[in-house]
Design a protein. Structure first.
Length: 155
């Protein structure tokens, strides 16, 4: 099974997290592909894969600029995504944006669920204001999440 990590980022932190997961979790899955969300559409979910959305939050709770086209296409060209199984890593800064903390990932999660996709496990959030290193804590979460997620994939 392939793990396809879709990355939405402004300052590249989400990209660094995805790359750390790609390197550290290669022993848990057959293949890992990191794909920036730039210019993607709902068609990004056509592949038979386990998806991991790794996205930061921009401004007052928006998805990053490079994720705007993908997010918009979930509304503009909706289709049933019942075959999609996914996880979410939502990055944010609770210290500066408490009311909209990690909304980039939460918005994707809400829209995907409305289209019939099924999230496996809880959304993982990383708070940039807590002093932890996003790459380290997200990779540890992913190592714990992946075996459970892979076990729930259709045969």
């Amino acid at each position: 099974m392939k793990l396809k990590i879709l990355v939405g980022t402004v300052t590249n932190t989400a990209e660094y997290v995805a790359q750390a997961i790609e390197m550290d979790c290669a022993d848990l899955v057959d293949e890992i592909e990191v794909v920036m969300m730039d210019g993607l559409s709902i068609d990004a979910f056509a592949e038979d894969a386990l998806y991991l959305l790794c996205t930061s939050t921009y401004g007052a709770g928006d998805v990053p600029d490079n994720a705007q086209a993908l997010y918009a296409s979930l509304d503009d060209a909706p289709r049933y995504l019942g075959h999609v199984r996914y996880g979410v890593i939502a990055l944010g800064d609770a210290g500066s944006h408490g009311a909209t903390f990690a909304f980039g990932g939460r918005k994707f999660d809400e829209r995907l669920e409305c289209l019939g996709a099924r999230r496996i496990g809880d959304i993982f959030t990383h708070d940039a204001s807590d002093g932890s290193v996003a790459e380290e804590v997200a990779t540890a979460w992913c190592r714990a999440w992946l075996p459970t997620a892979l076990a729930q994939m259709p045969a």
